[in-house]
Write a protein that binds this ligand. Structure first.
Ligand SMILES: C[S@@+](CC[C@H](N)C(=O)[O-])C[C@H]1O[C@@H](n2cnc3c(N)ncnc32)[C@H](O)[C@@H]1O
Length: 227
């Protein structure tokens, strides 16, 4: 993702929720500033490298860089997002890349129903950079985690809050960025008898290319396996 240009300091919960609507994202994806890079997120590539391809769900897939990369690796992918404009782009790119037979698309509004795929479950559920208000976090991330099949994995990638402290990123709003601990606590993965095995709970740094040049940023990366 590119560095955001908007200053999100001191936003109300209502305003934060507006930033989770189809209207907001359709406008962003319809704008000329968002260009398909085709690149998957670095953390997805790192974390999926040692997994055997199976079924995958990409939640809040955006323009589909991750979903199409997964399909190319042999995964049978379902990609969902609130923006129909984004989904139309994913469909077009998937056809261009010759993976449309391995990719299904679906509408998902996390605020309306946190479960992204009804009762369906997947070997891998991945969600990259879906930042939601703290009060909605539990319901949404538990809904997403419910889509992981027994023995399957949940991969969560997000911006780390320290990016705001270091000035690398504008504030998305209070509590929108999160550390691995929030994911673990939300799913009870920090408990000894948890149904989740914590495979990765990390905060790695990387260099992000922006219009202003290279920028050091920190990610939150959590990979869990459902026992
Ligand atoms: C920061 S982008 C990340 C996109 C993609 N995962 C990536 O890493 O490039 C956040 C994504 O969340 C989606 N989104 C926002 N609100 C949503 C909601 N209420 N339900 C589902 N997806 C939503 C947006 O349309 C957007 O594609």
């Amino acid at each position: 993702m590119q560095r955001h240009d908007h200053d999100h300091d001191h936003l109300s919960v209502e305003t934060l929720r507006e930033a989770l609507t189809a209207g907001f994202w359709d406008e962003r994806y319809g704008g000329s500033d968002r260009v398909w890079s085709g690149r998957p997120n670095q953390r997805l590539v790192e974390q999926v490298a040692d997994l055997e391809p199976g079924t995958a769900l990409d939640v809040a897939c955006g323009e589909g860089g991750d979903a199409i990369w997964l399909a190319k690796q042999g995964w049978r992918v379902t990609a969902v997002d609130v923006s129909q404009v984004a989904l139309a782009k994913v469909a077009a790119h998937a056809e261009q890349e010759g993976v449309d037979d391995r990719l299904r698309l679906g509408f998902y509004d996390a605020l309306a129903d946190p479960r992204p795929a009804g009762r369906h479950t997947f070997d891998l559920v991945t969600v990259s950079f879906l930042h939601v208000p703290v009060d909605d976090f539990g319901a949404i991330y538990r809904g997403i985690a419910a889509a992981v099949a027994p023995g399957g994995r949940l991969l969560v990638t997000a911006h780390h809050p320290e990016d705001v402290a270091t000035g690398a990123r504008h504030d998305h709003g209070p509590g929108l960025l999160f550390e691995p601990d929030r994911v673990l606590a939300t799913l009870g993965a920090d408990q000894p008898d948890s149904e989740w095995e914590v495979e990765v709970a990390d905060t790695p740094d990387r260099v992000q290319e922006t219009v202003d040049g290279p920028l050091a940023v920190r990610d939150t990366v959590v990979r869990l396996r459902r026992r």
